[in-house]
Design a protein around this ligand. Sequence first.
Ligand code: ZN
Length: 871
Amino acid sequence: MGGESIFAGIRPTHYGLRIETNLEDGVFEGTVAIDVEVKESITSISLDARELEIPSITVYDETGKLCPVSNFEIDNARETLKILLEEPVPANSKLRLCLLFAASLKRSEGGFYITSMPSDSSDSKVIASTIMEARNARMVFPCFDNPGLKATFSVTLVGEERLTFLGNMPVKSDTEIWTKAGARRVIEFEKTPVMSTYLVAFAVGEFNMIETNSFRVPVRAYAPIEYEIENCRFALGLACKALEIFEATLNIQYPLPKLDLLAIPGATAGMENWGLVTLPPAIQCISHDDSASERAFAINLIFHEIAHQWIGNLVTMKSWDNFWIKEGLSDWAVIYACNQMSEGSESWQNFVVDGYQTALIMDSKRLSHPLEGSISGSKSIDELFDDITYKKGCAVLRMLSAHLGEEVFLRGLRQYLKQYAYQNTDTEDLWKVLTEVCGSDVGAIMGIWTKEAGYPFISLTEDESSGTISVTQNRFLLTGYSTMGENEILFPILLKIRHGGVTLEEELVGINKTIKVPSEFYKINADQTGFYRVAYPPDRLLKLGESISTGKELLSAEDRAGIISDTAALVFSCCPFLKASDLLRLLQNFENETSYIVWKMILSTLRELSQYLASEDCDATVAIARFQKQLVKKCLDTVLNLAENDNINEQRFKALMFGNPGNDDNLIESACSLFDRFIQGDTNNISPTIRREIFKLTMKKGDSDAYNQLTNRLKKANTAERNDILASLGYSENISCIKKNMQLAMSPGLLSEPEIGVLMRPVVTHENGRGVLWAILKSEAWKEIPGLSLQKLFPLFQIVLDSFTTIEQYEDAKDFFGDKDTSEFDAALNQSLDLILARFRWVERDREDVLDWLKRNGYYHQSQNGVTGSV
Ligand SMILES: [Zn+2]
């Protein structure tokens, strides 16, 4: 694996790049002229290059005189190209390196690669496009492939006459030449501003285009001709809106003369290439027919890529060790911007039950890594595209912005972008600017949060006589047990303590502290802006529960969701102060809850509880479903009316409640009859808002007929319906349906990788699914299927391992992997095994406690025949 080479004494200033593609043969060739400044005397030059043929290299000095090359060496393992010069080049001189190169177009995402529409026919049109992030530019042309070495780029593309050519910049000239192969077009793009190699982009193919002039510069959406281009209208509007909002928020004009969006078939993520954002078709071709969750996801992603046009593209990290800055800041800016929009889908409230939770879970695993410096540590760059870099990055910035005040933080962000425009930064530079703006030492508070992995939980004891609480910090681990070494780091914790109508600010810098707090009511970590968890003593939890059930004006929705999530996480990690009955007793207080985000947290907590107990006692899952039915009753009655003008959040709320009625047979029956009418052709009868929930409830209840009817629609369904179908099929507990899901997942080319995850994750929510999935994977019958291997299937293994809770399942998994080569995924496997043990310990500890609570409250009835049910 190549790294970031140190280019002592030499810097590129400009690349003149010309690439000729041949889509039919799947190859390209080109020339690059790189102007470099030599700061120190050199006798050789090292560039990055990978899988490139390089037939010729010539080097000229600034007068145009040849500097003879004695030899050049390609080191494939280190991905470098070393040019040895016959004579030393003196310091403070300039050179031009001219290289010829050729390579094949790749077949998978990355570098310069070919894709086509998923189609049975062989005449499907291919397109070629680029993904240079993180270190793929070196697979396309020899270069100094390091984000800290910015230069300008003049790109020229040559290819077949009928094709469309796209680049970062507008077309400067478009001419025709004649070659042996026939007519070719030569497209020259305007010179870019200085930028990093990972942002260079181009694409060649047959595209349709729509354009809008509603923003200051032209904004266009391109898609392969097989797509209905009008479906890109929604995304195009979002892009303009995002450009307008970020120009105003960040106080800097969008720096390029155009922005294009391009849908790439099969793309698994968006890419923020400067001036040419690439997107998965499901995002760019999103329609009003898509579910509210899908639309919210699309808005979020498009805004994220456009935020990068400033954060990342204009101001870039010095090296990949500071990758988190651009991702965390972009996510922060997106939520800040969406909060300003009346119809905004994302908000800090949503973040509290979404990205913030994802980050807290990931960062409580032993395999987590610090935000900065992980590349220099043991992580490969691919491993950094994870929820730590993105979601924890955003969460710690939110923690800081809540401490400084959002407007102060935004002032700092504007200053940072202005001061470092067209330059590179590291984490210290960001803290330095924020320190100047706010007047206090930001690095002192934030340093540990970005340099260390993990986060603390706070346990507290109350002393009523003195009216004080004593808070203590310890590292929080999902498995519950931290070793001495893991518990050494002390985080500076900003304790925002809510009591009455005010928020008290306290700082915990050491291991513990005693604070004066009124005993009648208080809540730590107001609005869940801090990146830590809080373990309240059971009596305090009882008091908080009472204040929630009697009138919640004292607590925000973020507070209520936070109390649930912290308590649940601590209970499931076997925190000695809290048991599952404390959690259930807390949840009981939410019958009158009206907030979407709080319900999201309640329902995911009940799902987790039910799943953990599923292998032990099927009556327990029925009892939890009964409890859930009782809990959601009031809210469900009020959200069942769907209105045309519901905004995205209202739609998501209604879908959530509709899809989680507990064992409310009447509602499930009505979902099934709506499903029947839908299958019979009355498709307008179901609002897209709850279509997925209706499919899901029918699959949970349903027989194989309903399952078959749904899979039959898969081929002709539009993207929105296809997503809803795939997200629902896994809920079927019918054995033959589960097997069919496995066939779908393992048939090469039928589903994309993200689609396989969407299909299979619900399968492990029920006992039958876990059993069948594990049996099939363990049988290794998949070895017969070309292209499948243990390594390739490990994500599927992981889905099932992460649902295991018993010691038998643990032993079984250990046995299976015992004699296999697991070197490629050892760390992840060990983590999954570790977590099975942690869940097992929890079940051992709290099973009786849960059953006892459910019995005492009238939800648990021992069955004669062990009828199963699930939430
Ligand atoms: Zn990003």
